[in-house]
Design a protein around this ligand. Structure first.
Ligand code: C5P
Length: 252
């Protein structure tokens, strides 16, 4: 099942498959774009993916692989058989590792099928400038490091990167308009908590900054009315995209 670009990708960071399936009942009728992360995949694994896919939803499996090229290639061969729409690696694993990931997906995808989109994490949206400097010892800084990882991912033949909404436009400029930008760290204007995220943006800013896919977790999962929170985000995405189209045709 393909991801729907008109909708956000909902990050379902829950502790069990039971909680995930229960929460999904609070959402409007699908199909939805669902992101499954490490915690619940390690617990429920392929069985949970099967259940979600059988309900018609598209899945971004966010396992952020980062290992030697051979291990990543062999693991991607397996992930390609799970029927998910998008998977990812850490760009810090290097160009060879990313190429190996792509190769694994091609080898593992069942005949006649389309391999999942392959995305690289540049710098985590929870990472600060200070951490990049003091912990990673990267002297060029956070933004240059992110752009460099994006360029490397593009050269390795990946489909796009996970980045902060603030970096999406610059990444498109140095790669290609079709190179996908997948952005977590979305906090609608009505929400005051940024949780552990540092490089955040509201829905409108993310779209205007050329984010292709908005990944939204807690603003939906922790909302008192998840359905309303979700629909509000969908509406804001549509309105902003419409305003860009109108601006593109009639503006400037
Ligand atoms: O709850 P929140 O909206 O902050 O969730 C963001 C989701 O995106 C989480 O599941 C997190 O693991 C994921 N993510 C991220 N930053 C990245 C890559 C993935 O926040 N660079």
């Amino acid at each position: 099942m393909k991801l729907n670009p008109q909708l956000p990708i909902i990050a379902l960071d829950f502790a069990s498959d039971k909680e995930i399936l229960q929460f999904m009942r609070l959402l409007p009728e699908g199909p939805h774009n669902i992101k499954i992360g490490m915690e619940v995949f390690y617990l429920g694994g392929p069985q949970l993916l099967e259940t979600i896919s059988s309900q018609g939803h598209a899945i971004f499996l966010d396992l952020k692989l980062h290992d030697i090229p051979n291990t990543v290639m062999r693991s991607m061969r397996i992930l390609a058989q799970l029927g998910v729409a998008m998977v990812n690696v850490h760009a810090a694993g290097g160009r060879k590792m990313m190429e190996a990931a792509k190769e694994g997906l091609i080898q593992g995808t069942p005949a006649g099928g389309k391999e999942p989109l392959l995305i690289a994490v540049t710098q985590l949206t929870s990472t600060t400038k200070q951490q990049v400097k003091e912990e990673q010892l990267i002297s060029v800084g956070l933004e240059a490091s992110t752009l460099h990882y994006a360029s490397l991912s593009h050269q390795a033949g990946l489909d796009g990167v996970v980045c902060s909404p603030h970096e999406a436009k610059a990444i498109k400029n140095i790669t290609h308009a079709d190179f996908l930008t997948v952005t977590p760290g979305i906090r609608p204007k009505t929400i005051t908590s940024q949780d552990d995220q540092h490089r955040i943006a509201d829905v409108e800013t993310a779209i205007l900054n050329q984010s292709d896919w908005l990944v939204v977790g807690r603003p939906i999962t922790q909302a008192t009315d998840p359905k309303a929170a979700y629909l509000d985000i969908v509406e804001k995405m549509a309105q902003t995209k419409k305003s860009i189209c109108i601006g593109g045709i009639y503006g400037n």
